[in-house]
Design a protein around this ligand. Structure first.
Ligand SMILES: Nc1ncnc2c1ncn2[C@@H]1O[C@H](COP(=O)(O)OP(=O)(O)OP(=O)(O)O)[C@@H](O)[C@H]1O
Ligand SMILES: [Mg+2]
Length: 415
């Protein structure tokens, strides 16, 4: 019997301790698994930052990134890995650097999705380039900001074209607020977007072909934003939420992304679809944290064990062929995109892998979430995140919600 092939997964981290510890524990618990007659095992390593030669050979087979969106050095390390070492990346910085929120809106509009009316404004502040005044004098058209806003209609949102983390986001109800927000935008390049009324705000977290659509309440503090609620969308909107999310992810080759949609009855409007390093903290995801950690390990295991080819760049051609086909309805297009997305993610093979190669993973996670080690992770995370006076309250909150997940899984397993 030959020894199991070891696959090293690199974790690129900021300050968080919760999800890396979860991934390390679950990957170890998964142990040896078999894919089409060959044995495999995952090992994990937290990536450290130091000088690297562009010719150095990467040791990792796959990297999960939650850092490179903010820091250049790890971002360039990931690019080197993609170009020189065929390392599989969640996510590729190539797609995210060139394809931010604005690019996602453009692609989604071309794909026929119901993105609210959005206008890109020129910079408020002059650009810091000695040739800019002359270029601006010759080519920058004067424009009437109030007229742009009137065309869209109040209320509006002004937000950066590449936003994230609520930076520079404002809700605008009057021309005075509009002027103030534009003045404050300074060097940021801003969208002006129609504000939609909605019944439910949902966030869909996707890891490879796995998607969890969750009710989200952006007005509440982070620990309360995800609400544990099932069937919050109509059946039509529920299916569309998954289809739209998978479509955009497969289109851009994003594998680890959280996508925001506003739902009104059957109508679904995507508003934020490019989150390069989605939040997967236990303090945000609580009930959904074990699912997310399971999916991260399962998808990583699938990619390395099946030697899934990694493609750094998107190919819009087949998607636009469907988008531009006048003989299809939008519902038919969405189904066709979903088929393309399933091809891209190799969904059928993944489902088989899930059932045949790693059927024990769910139990590994359930056992861990029931263990003292998981409770210790909650204790440590709460201590690191909240003031001492609030420790007890938050510990009870997260113990309650993760306990609920555990009970729901036990019920589902025995049903
Ligand atoms: N068109 C819109 N209609 C209604 N609400 C909106 C719209 N655009 C943004 N919002 C609200 O503003 C919030 C922040 O907007 P957006 O998600 O685009 O910015 P962000 O910087 O990416 O924030 P985050 O990182 O929290 O997702 C949204 O969660 C939503 O509550
Ligand atoms: Mg958002």
């Amino acid at each position: 019997m030959t020894a199991a092939t070891e696959h090293l997964i690199g974790l690129l981290l900021g300050t968080e301790e919760d999800w890396p510890r979860a991934v390390e524990t679950i990957a170890a618990g998964l142990g040896t698994f078999t894919v089409e007659g060959t044995e495999h095992r995952l090992t994990t390593e937290r990536v450290r930052i130091h000088p690297f030669s562009l010719r150095a050979k990467a040791r990792h087979e796959l990297a999960i990134d939650r850092l490179a969106y903010w820091y250049h050095h790890p971002r360039e390390w990931l690019k080197k890995l993609a170009l020189m070492d065929d390392v599989y990346l969640l996510n590729s910085p190539f797609t995210f650097q060139s394809m931010e929120k604005h690019a996602a809106y453009c692609a989604m509009i071309r794909l026929g999705m119901d993105v609210p009316e959005t206008v890109l404004l020129p910079h408020k502040n002059p650009i810091d380039n000695e040739r800019w005044p002359e270029t601006a004098r010759r080519y920058n058209d004067p424009f009437d900001l109030h007229a742009v806003a009137d065309d869209i209609g109040y209320p509006l949102f002004m937000k950066p074209f590449d936003g994230g983390g609520w930076r520079g986001v404002s809700r605008i109800t009057t021309p005075e607020e509009l002027d103030a927000a534009y003045d404050q935008s300074g060097d940021m390049l801003m969208h002006l977007q129609e504000a939609l009324d909605y019944d439910v705000f949902v966030r869909a977290l996707s890891i490879g072909p796995e998607t969890m659509v969750m009710k989200f309440r952006p007005e509440l503090p982070m620990h309360d934003r995800y609400e544990v609620a099932h069937d919050v969308l109509s059946p039509r909107a529920g299916r569309d939420a998954v289809s739209i999310t998978r479509t955009v992810n497969a289109f851009f080759r994003w594998e680890f992304n959280s996508c925001e949609m506003l739902a009104s009855g059957d109508r679904l409007s995507p508003i934020d679809y490019a989150n390069a390093c989605p939040d997967v903290a236990v303090t945000s995801l609580h009930y959904y944290f074990p699912w997310a950690m399971t999916a991260l390990v399962r998808w990583s295991a699938f990619c390395v064990a099946t030697d899934r080819p990694f493609t750094a760049h998107a190919d819009p051609t087949p998607w636009f062929a469907i988008a531009d086909d006048p003989d299809r309805t939008q519902a038919e297009r969405l189904e066709a995109y979903r088929d393309l997305a399933d091809d891209h993610f190799d969904t059928e093979r993944y489902e088989e892998f899930r059932e045949v190669s790693v059927p024990h993973l769910d139990e590994v996670v359930h056992d861990w979430v029931s263990s003292d080690d998981f409770d210790d992770l909650l204790v440590q995370t709460v201590r690191a995140t909240y003031p001492e006076a609030e420790h007890e309250q938050f510990l009870a909150h997260f113990r309650g919600l993760t306990g609920m997940w555990r009970d729901d899984q036990s019920t589902a397993a025995s049903a």
